[in-house]
Design a protein around this ligand. Structure first.
Ligand code: UDP
Ligand code: MG
Length: 328
């Protein structure tokens, strides 16, 4: 790091069909980065990297277009929609050899870019990871707010090491990014992995605002998949719950058996079918639940053993003369 001009910073932003917000995002992030450079908080060769996560709209052409007049803008285009987390990892891995630290920020301007200044200050104080933490969720919809709070609580309860109310708005030093590579799993759940890396870290608080334009790219389906991924990647508590449920049912059936025996010997045995039907359904249900959960873990093992590439780079736009082969 050049002490006179500050660290080389990359601001990495994943974009999936973000044509409505992108011009504004590029403008605001460029403005901020220019200010940081002028203030000598970051090095003059800092830059922005927009990761097009297989968009089907004009996201990529907008990135390419803005490079004509904005030298700060670089781009990475993934060959298909690999998902938010994968887009982030792809971006970080492509920039890590050119930077001292990188900030990841959503393209929709819900996270306040001005806070990046605080991130850099914390980095200069010696932090390797700086988390952006939402102070309030006043502008989120009721649905988003409750599901998000439920998500963090559930994660905590499942024993996943996670920073409450922190999404993927954070700064990481080069060595923190490099250490991500040590995690060989296919599904990188960054919110769980980053806190488990270690290093000195800090939190910076900010107010989350509404999406500047466009609609959420996280429908309920993706949210559930994300939460399930987080849980099954980091916690075996669901399996313990099944074991616990099995134990309780076992105790209950023991009691029922004792009761049935006593009834038989006292001559009160009424062979009702209700109890039979109820127990069949109950046991069937529990077995199905257990199978489902075990299946979830087997699915995870299956995915991990396949070792599919996280992403495939289609194009990597770099400063003039460096348009070399795309890194893997
Ligand atoms: N995103 C992505 N790939 C996806 C879904 C989302 O790169 O498959 C990006 C999206 O463009 C945005 C960020 O991830 O920059 C967060 O998505 P969004 O704002 O839609 O999520 P929300 O804030 O509604 O949870
Ligand atoms: Mg958003």
């Amino acid at each position: 790091m050049d002490l006179r001009s500050g660290p080389r910073l990359a601001i990495v932003s994943p974009c999936y069909n973000e044509e409505e917000v992108l011009p504004e995002t590029i403008m605001r992030l460029s403005g901020l980065l220019t200010e940081l450079m002028d203030e000598k908080l970051v090095a003059p060769d800092s830059f922005l990297l927009f990761v097009d996560d297989g968009s089907s709209d004009r996201t990529w052409p907008l990135i390419v277009e803005s490079r004509r007049h904005n030298p700060l803008v670089h781009g990475l285009k993934l060959a298909r929609n690999a998902g938010h987390q994968q887009a982030l990892v792809a971006g970080l891995m492509s920039v890590r050899d050119r930077i001292d630290c990188a900030v990841t920020i959503d393209a929709d301007l819900q996270d306040d870019p001005a806070i990046i200044r605080e991130f850099v200050k914390k980095y200069k104080e010696g932090c390797d990871i700086v988390y952006g933490v939402r102070r309030s969720r006043a502008t989120d919809t009721f649905f988003k707010r409750t599901t998000a709070i439920g998500f963090y609580r559930l994660m905590e309860w499942m024993g996943v090491n996670i920073v409450f109310n922190h999404a993927d708005f954070r700064l990481m030093s080069k060595r923190a990014i490099d250490s991500l590579e040590r995690f060989k799993e296919v599904n990188l759940f960054l919110r769980g992995i980053v806190p488990s890396i270690g290093f000195r870290s800090a939190s910076v608080y900010y107010d989350r605002t509404e999406r500047f334009a466009g609609t959420s790219k996280y429908p309920l389906r993706k949210m559930i998949a994300f939460a399930l991924d987080g849980i099954t990647s980091f916690s075996i508590r669901p399996i313990r719950l099944v074991t616990l449920a099995g134990f309780i049912v076992f105790l209950a059936s023991l009691t029922a058996a004792v009761y049935a025996l006593i009834s038989k010997f006292t001559g009160n045995a009424v062979s009702g079918w209700t109890s039979l039907i109820v127990s069949i359904w109950l046991l069937g249900g529990i077995q199905l639940l257990a199978l489902g959960l075990i299946g979830e873990y087997i699915g995870k093992i299956y995915k991990e053993t396949k070792r599919r590439p996280l992403y495939i780079v289609e194009t990597l736009l770099l400063p003039e003369g460096q348009e070399a082969a795309a890194p893997e």
